[in-house]
Each structure stands twice: as structure tokens, then as C-alpha cells.
Design a binder for this molecule. Structure first.
Ligand code: CA
Length: 396
């Protein structure tokens, strides 16, 4: 017993050394940042107030270095982001905030459905902000890891936001990488584009829905939003269309697409008067195809990912009353909604798997359990949650 206690104490001491060294390294690093922070407009008192005694959060470095074991298929990504639940919630919020959204549209020229769709995809309509204290996570990313220069700029912006009193320090939490609030702006984006639309003197993207909706529209307007224009639309490709080399950035006149035989997905001719468009086929020529216009680029610039842009664009269409895409995704095992993910997790628990909380997110434990069930059922053991495994477990 004594021996055990001694050795565990020894272990604790050995484990504590690297953490202590890390704390010292962090403190030294923060000290070297004080002068450049001052040059960037952060007063010494602000810097001291928010960084004194701060310990690094090394879990953000793990997240920075994380490489997913497989790439999420576009149909899985969209099935989770644009599901019936999010469409219903978004429609209710369109009504609830109709007055604000009308004023926002008048001021920035961006329509309510697009603004609410960004809100839904960015923060699940203000329900998911992230929980990392921003100065701690941005401080850690400024001193460790591979993008320190970028994160230092964001750290200084975060400190200036606190200094200006826009957001209370204890409310200043967000994603591990520093995006925060309803709009999930990075601190530098906040400084460029957040607006005080409710007139209380602060641009508050944590606690003011009015400021958040206006700031989203302001972002899109500054990104080149063209009032009254669609983002694009689904199209039908003639058999044998060569899509290689085509994409969002390869814009061609609508007349050229028409002469190549493209139609709207309902078979009607392509609209005229919309300028040039790029052909996007996120799952290849066999899946849904889209002609995308200038406004898609504005949405894209919010997060620099086409799958992300398509989620917002599609959610906006669904909020306006449109249905799902007409062309099915090229898979025999389509993706599942968040409600179906929760159902799948419930079925895994019934079968005795320890998967933690039923949260509709298929994390590591859920995927391990799915893999075991797939093996048992003789399916390909991928660990992916789709319609196939859901149907099989419902029936067993
Ligand atoms: Ca405000």
C-alpha cells in the first residue's frame, strides 16, 4: 500500500513536470506578445487583466492537429445540417423575428431566409456557441502549434473587443478556434463587420439577436451580395455532360449553359438576366448539379467551403418552402437527420452499447458501436451511420 502510494505520487510528480514547463513556456510567450499587442492597440492594463495567471488549454492544439479518419460524404453533411427539424425551427424564427429581418433587409439588401439560414448553420439559431474561453484558446494557439501568426492577430482583436466593452469577459466563449456568438465570427471579422443594430451602443453577437442578424447581413453585403438575385439553382444535365474542370469559380454565361443543353431541374429553360454561373457537382455528374451565381460566392466566403455554402443555400430555399433536391445523391445508403441519429443512438443503447449521451452527434463511441453492429449484421464495417444500419436495427 505504502509502496503503491509512493509510486503513484512519483507518477503524479513526473506527469506534473511537463505541464509546469508548459505553463512557464506559455507565460514567457504571453510576455513576448505584450509589446506587439500594445502596437496593435491593446492597452497594457487590458493585456494584464485578461492574461495574468492564464494556463494554456492544450486540447485546442490537439483539435488544430486533428485529421479526420474519413471525409464526411456531402450527403451525410447535408442530412445533418438541413433536416426537417432545422427547417421547422427556422420557419418559426422567420415569423418571430419578421420585423427585425424586414429592417435588416431594407438596410443591407439581404433577404430574411438567407440570413436565418446562416444563423441555423453557424450556431443552430443561437443554441450552439462553443464553450472555450476565447482569450485562453486564442492565447494557446498564439503560443503553440502551427498557425501562431494568424492566431496572434485574432488574440489581439479579441482583447480589443473586451477593451471596447462590446462583450463581458465571462460571456466571451466560443469554438476552440476562436469563432463566437450567434454568427460565429472570428474576432477580426467581428471588428470589421459586427454592427450595433438595436442601438444600445454595443455590437453584441453573444446576447443580441438583433445585432447578430444585422451583422450576418452586413457580412454578406460586404462580400458582394446582389439584392434580389438567387444563389443559384439545381439543374438537369444532359447525359454525357463533361463536368471536369467545371466548378464554382469557372463562370460561363447562362446562354452557354443553355446551348450545352442544361435545363432547370424541373425541365424548364434556364432563366435569363442573371449573369454568368459556375457548374457545381459536389458528388460528380451522377448526383445533384447546380448552377451557382455571385451570391453563392458571398455565402461561400463566410466559411470557405462549398459543402458549407450549399448547406446554407439549400436551407434558405427550404425556409422559402422549396423541397429537397430533386436528383438523389449517388448512394444506396443515404444520410440520416439529427432525429434519426438520435433514434440510431437509442437503438445502440438498447443493444447494450455504451455510447454516452444521446445527442444526435455520431462521435467516436457511437461509430465504434455502429461498427460492431455492422460486423454482426454482415454489413461493411465502416462505423458510418446511414439509412441502412438504422433500418436494420429498427427491424432487429
Ligand atoms: Ca447592440
Amino acid at each position: 500500500m505504502t509502496l503503491f502510494r509512493t509510486s503513484s505520487l512519483l507518477c503524479a510528480a513526473l506527469l506534473a513536470v511537463p505541464a509546469l514547463a508548459q505553463n512557464t513556456e506559455f507565460e514567457n510567450c504571453l510576455n513576448t506578445l505584450r509589446a506587439p499587442a500594445r502596437a496593435a492597440g491593446v492597452q497594457d492594463a487590458t493585456f494584464t487583466l485578461h492574461t495574468q495567471g492564464l494556463a494554456p488549454d492544450m486540447s485546442v492544439i490537439d483539435k488544430l492537429n486533428f485529421q479526420p479518419e474519413f471525409r464526411t460524404a456531402i450527403w451525410d453533411y447535408l442530412a445533418g445540417l438541413v433536416d426537417e427539424e432545422r427547417v421547422a425551427e427556422g420557419r418559426a424564427l422567420l415569423e418571430q423575428h419578421a420585423d427585425t429581418l424586414a429592417r435588416v433587409q431594407e438596410r443591407y439588401g439581404v433577404d430574411p431566409a438567407t440570413v436565418v439560414a446562416v444563423w441555423g448553420v453557424e450556431s443552430n439559431f443561437g443554441q450552439t456557441f462553443g464553450k472555450s474561453p476565447l482569450v485562453q484558446s486564442l492565447g494557446t494557439l498564439s503560443c503553440f502549434g502551427r498557425r501562431q501568426t494568424y492566431f496572434r492577430t485574432e488574440l489581439f482583436a479579441a482583447l480589443r473587443i473586451l477593451q471596447a466593452g462590446h462583450i463581458a469577459p465571462e460571456r466571451f466563449v466560443g469554438s476552440w478556434a476562436g469563432a463566437f456568438g450567434h454568427t460565429q465570427f472570428m474576432p477580426s471579422t467581428f471588428e470589421r463587420l459586427a454592427v450595433d443594430f438595436d442601438g444600445d451602443g454595443k455590437a453584441d453577437l453573444m446576447d443580441s439577436t438583433v445585432d447578430a442578424l444585422a451583422s450576418t447581413a452586413n457580412f454578406l453585403q460586404k462580400a458582394g451580395w446582389q439584392t434580389g438575385q438567387p444563389w443559384g439553382f439545381e439543374v438537369r444535365l444532359p447525359a454525357g455532360t463533361n463536368v471536369s474542370g467545371e466548378g464554382r469559380r469557372t463562370k460561363r454565361p447562362m446562354s452557354e449553359w443553355a446551348s450545352r443543353g442544361l435545363r432547370r431541374v424541373d425541365g424548364s429553360p434556364l432563366p435569363t438576366g442573371l449573369g454568368s454561373a459556375g457548374l457545381m457537382t459536389p458528388a460528380g455528374a451522377e448526383g445533384p448539379a447546380f448552377l451557382v451565381l455571385r451570391n453563392f460566392d458571398a455565402i461561400y466566403s463566410y466559411n470557405a467551403a462549398e459543402s458549407y455554402g450549399l448547406a446554407i443555400a439549400h436551407l434558405a430555399d427550404r425556409l422559402r418552402g422549396d423541397g429537397p433536391f430533386t436528383t438523389p445523391w449517388p448512394t444506396d445508403d443515404p444520410g440520416i437527420s439529427r432525429a434519426e441519429r438520435r433514434e440510431l443512438q437509442g437503438l445502440l443503447i438498447l443493444r447494450g452499447h455504451e455510447i454516452g449521451e444521446v445527442d444526435g452527434m455520431l462521435g467516436e463511441k457511437s461509430r465504434a458501436a455502429i461498427k460492431l453492429e455492422q460486423e454482426r449484421l454482415g454489413h461493411e464495417a465502416t462505423g458510418r451511420g446511414g439509412q441502412k444500419i438504422l433500418r436494420a436495427l429498427r427491424g432487429s
